[in-house]
Unconditional design. Sequence first.
Length: 139
Amino acid sequence: MFHYRRSEKPQVSAYFGFAFQSSFSLMKLLVTAHCEGVEGWAECVSGDGPFYSYEWIETAWSTIREFLAPALPEISFTGAAESAAARSHFRVHNMAKAALEISLWDAEAKQRQQPLWRLLGGSLKEIAWRGFHRHLEHA
């Protein structure tokens, strides 16, 4: 079972500037996958208007709600990697498909009680970024 939540457009003190749009607010689509006792979360990265791509929050929301999520129960799969079969006949809408799949990966990592980076085959224990070092063992 999936839930979708569109966040309201909160007014923020930061100014967001993108190649095709600038704003003091952002709208985001959050997807929650309810999978055998755990919740997997993902954010759809599409913008809040059709400025950068044909795909935006409203099209992603309706594509997930009307087509992608209803197709998943028709397919039996044991992990997030196998869920691609349920989406294979849908062309384009890659941001909507990614949000759905990422929520499934998050749920699977929680079910297996391991970090997502390890489930995906990552091997680094530490990442250096701008002089900071982040230890990933407990991330």
